[in-house]
Design a protein around this ligand. Structure first.
Ligand SMILES: *Cc1c(COP(=O)(O)O)cnc(C)c1O
Length: 363
């Protein structure tokens, strides 16, 4: 019998899928790693203790499917009832849950371009269509983008945006809420922002159409455990709960995430250090002739008026310094500064000094 081609058995949506390509994760040591927006500092000691405690006492049982301890801590932080909170295995899983809850195959979603490209991949997996919301040179949304957003089933906005680190105001976000759909306000970098706007969004007239997503990966130094959550009106959370796996968060990461949220002081201290180092890096880059977008995140987007961004990335890589080279071929002809550039994660002061010395040699 002839061997069957398995690819022809894949769902058409999967056959066509390119697949999301995450940033490089070298597994050997010796790298100055400034490419995937991780926190350069280790998590708080109380977090590691909580994980050890959970490892000793709770591994033989299934975890709490409603993740009550964490939801209570998150609810206190956001000043809402625990019914407003749903956790996930990283905020990427929360996004997957949102697509499965709200987006029917064939429906259309939209997100700014350039922003987080995973949104497009999630749409494709779901068999949905996606549109790019076009940006101006300063990363503001075009009028056309606002009109198109309103006609979508779901609009996803990272705010602060990645890769730019720039922010949109409450008024700008509220304009994007679809008339018959959901707006996902992805606050992966929300703790680095000067002032959170999630409360204003959820309290607005269209607050029940808005879902705020958060991750423990960046500000809480916990990319390794995979934990994120959403905050939204309870009617939204009720639908999402039907869709999620029963035990989507494991006992050890629940313990870690709960302890992390309870130690706001350590998180804040580290965020402040990162923001100070971001200012220093911005100043040094500008002295070397780079343009830097004003960032409210733990990274900066930078371009150089007359040097090849790929070459700079490559020269840094030869010196075992990894930054993210990104290109956005569909950004449009009048958006020169958006087409390609470097996204640099803010590491420790020492890591950033290593980077700056190398850049001084290269540029
Ligand atoms: C990092 C990131 C996420 C994913 O966070 P995880 O919780 O690690 O899955 C989501 N959205 C944006 C914009 C991000 O940069």
């Amino acid at each position: 019998m002839k061997k069957k081609s398995i690819e022809s058995l894949f769902r058409p949506a999967v056959q066509q899928l390119g697949g999301y390509v995450p940033g490089e994760q070298p597994q050997e040591g010796g790298w100055t790693k400034l490419n995937t927006n991780e926190n350069p500092f280790p998590p708080a000691p109380s977090v590691v203790e909580a994980m050890e405690e959970a490892a000793k006492s709770s591994l033989q049982k299934y975890p709490d499917p409603l993740v009550s301890s964490f939801r209570k801590a998150a609810a206190e932080l956001f000043d809402v009832d625990p019914e407003w909170v749903i956790p996930g295995n990283g905020s990427d899983e929360v996004l997957t849950i949102l697509f499965r809850t709200f987006v029917e195959p064939g429906e259309s979603i939209a997100f700014p371009y350039p922003s987080y490209v995973l949104y497009g991949t999630l749409a494709e997996i779901q068999g949905a269509r996606y549109e790019h919301l076009a940006l101006n040179d300063d990363w503001s949304l075009t009028r056309d983008a606002v009109k198109r957003a309103q006609a979508q089933k779901m609009v996803l906005i990272p705010n602060p945006n990645s890769p730019s680190g720039t922010v949109w105001s409450t008024e700008e976000i509220l304009e994007l809420v679809p008339s018959e759909g959901i707006l996902v306000h992805d606050e992966a970098y929300g703790d680095f922002r000067d002032k959170s706007i999630s409360r204003e969004l959820l309290d607005s007239d269209v607050g029940n159409q808005i879902v705020v997503t958060r991750t423990l990966s960046k500000s809480y130094s916990l990319a390794g455990i995979r934990f994120g959550f959403a905050v939204a009106h309870p009617e939204v959370i009720a639908g999402m709960r039907k869709v999620k796996d029963s035990y989507n968060c494991d006992a050890i990461s629940i313990a870690a995430a709960t302890a992390a949220l309870k130690d706001q002081a350590t998180m804040r201290e580290r965020v402040e250090m990162i923001c100070r180092t971001r200012q220093e890096l911005t100043r040094d880059l500008e002295q070397m002739g780079f343009q830097v977008q004003p960032s409210e995140a733990n990274f900066v987007w930078t371009t150089h008026p007359n040097r090849s961004h790929f070459e700079i990335y490559d020269e840094l890589k030869k010196r075992k310094i990894l930054v993210r080279y990104m290109k956005f071929p569909e950004a449009g002809p009048n958006l020169d500064t958006l087409v390609d550039g470097l996204r640099i994660t803010i590491g420790t002061e020492e890591q950033i000094q290593t980077l700056v010395s190398a850049l001084r040699e290269i540029v």
